[in-house]
Design a protein. Structure first.
Length: 418
């Protein structure tokens, strides 16, 4: 009688080639007795994955097969708890992006479909989830007033629904990479048709009205700088005198002042935040760009006024910061938003955001005949498509130019009646 084959101990893997598709399959018995498979097109790739898995087991890292694991458990413990913090540390995503993903998981995913086993998540579950999101009240409701004591309940916007769909898609893509699931069920369900807020370019009349109302505005030079350089709000607030060469008319831009919230809420359940200067939005965000002479003069005047204010102040925290509060501290981005809203109300300009000044800058450059590729570099976009589809708005001026160009082409032809 042949000797009985010795059973493999936990962590000891097996490897074989599957006859149906020639894939190499490896598996390991986890400490809880469950089997965890790995796959590879070659024996070497499968063996490498097997060794990596065994190393994680030896290091005591959490391993799951996906069987019996709920979506809620994997999202909260693995994705939000382990994978996303690693990406923040590696500077692949920002802390604010991670917080946004985590909030979406907590508010819009786990309460609805978190109880489903992650490996058995089906398109039917996701369609029901999206239907529930469409009927879900928004977290932002109008407050009752005397004129409108019972305002209608606002539902979750299409954009918010689409974002939740995107967050879950990203999470399940990571689950596939971790070999927790074999497919991303979210890809089998169409996302909601929520449209992103595209923004708009202000008309010349609106810009004149805003800047006329900003004559005595503390932030007048901020608005001029954002429009003249096509900056994002946070980029303008992060500007430093040491990064500006007003004699040569050059500025190093790209870093951004943002309020970064803590990953975890405090004892009172609220998530604290702090102002931080963070890296640019993309690799192309950081660059040295020319400053138009009009903006150079505005910045020189602002620096002179700031020096007087600093001399009169009892304390000035950061003398290198271009735009500050009355004591030399960074400007809170939300306070700048409030100042812009108040300015637009005084100017009689409706539905305009600070970021629309950047849209305006791009559109003006386009109207003046600047090539899209050059506008892309001026705005420091990583993709030309972003510049063309989002930032260069088709205005009456560009429409008129289109008609003029077409008229010239038509006149070269022998058209009847022309």
């Amino acid at each position: 009688m042949p000797p009985k084959r010795k059973a493999r101990a936990n962590g000891e893997g097996s490897l074989y080639q599957r006859s149906s598709d020639d894939m190499w399959v490896g598996s390991v018995t986890l400490p809880d007795g469950k089997r965890k498979p790995v796959y590879g097109k070659t024996q070497a790739k499968a063996r490498a994955k097997l060794k990596e898995l065994q190393a994680k087991i030896d290091a005591g890292l959490p391993i799951t097969t996906g069987k019996g694991v709920t979506l809620a458990k994997w999202l909260t413990e693995e994705w939000v708890g382990r994978i996303l913090p690693t990406r923040v540390k590696a500077e692949k995503i920002s802390q604010n992006t991670m917080n946004s993903y985590a909030d979406n998981v907590r508010l819009h995913i786990v309460p609805h479909i978190g109880h489903h086993e992650i490996g058995k998540l089906a398109p039917a579950h996701l369609r029901t989830w999206l239907e529930e999101l469409a009927a879900k009240p928004s977290g932002r409701q109008k407050k009752p007033t005397k004129a409108d004591p019972f305002p209608p309940v606002a539902l979750l916007s299409g954009r918010a629904q689409a974002y939740a769909h995107t967050v879950l898609r990203i999470a399940l893509n990571d689950a596939m990479r971790e070999e927790i699931v074999t497919r991303n069920a979210v890809l089998l369900v169409d996302p909601p048709s929520g449209k992103s807020s595209r923004g708009r370019a202000l008309t010349e009349e609106e810009v004149n009205a805003v800047f006329a109302a900003a004559t005595e505005d503390r932030y007048a030079t901020v608005w001029t700088t954002i429009l003249g350089l096509g900056l994002r709000r946070g980029e303008a607030l992060a500007l430093r005198w040491s990064l500006l060469d007003l004699d040569q008319g050059l500025a190093e831009v790209g870093q951004s002042l943002q309020r970064v919230r803590d990953a975890a809420p405090g004892a009172d359940g609220r998530r604290r935040g702090r102002l931080e200067v963070v890296k640019g939005k993309t690799e192309k965000s950081e660059a040295t760009i020319p400053i138009p002479p009009v903006v150079v003069q505005a910045l020189k005047d602002h620096r002179a006024a700031q020096e007087i204010e600093r001399g009169d102040a009892e304390v000035w925290v950061d003398p290198d910061l271009v735009f500050t509060t009355g004591i030399g501290t960074p400007i809170e981005p939300r306070n700048l938003n409030r100042a812009w809203t108040a300015l637009c109300e005084r100017a009689g300009v409706k539905d305009a955001r600070i970021h629309d000044l950047r849209h305006t800058a791009a559109t003006w450059l386009y109207e003046e005949g600047m090539e899209l590729k050059d506008i892309q570099h001026a705005l420091r976009h990583s993709r030309l498509q972003t510049t063309s589809e989002v930032y260069t708005h088709f205005t009456k001026k560009t429409q008129a130019r289109t008609a003029t160009v077409m008229d010239g082409a038509l006149k070269r032809l022998n058209l009847p009646g022309v």
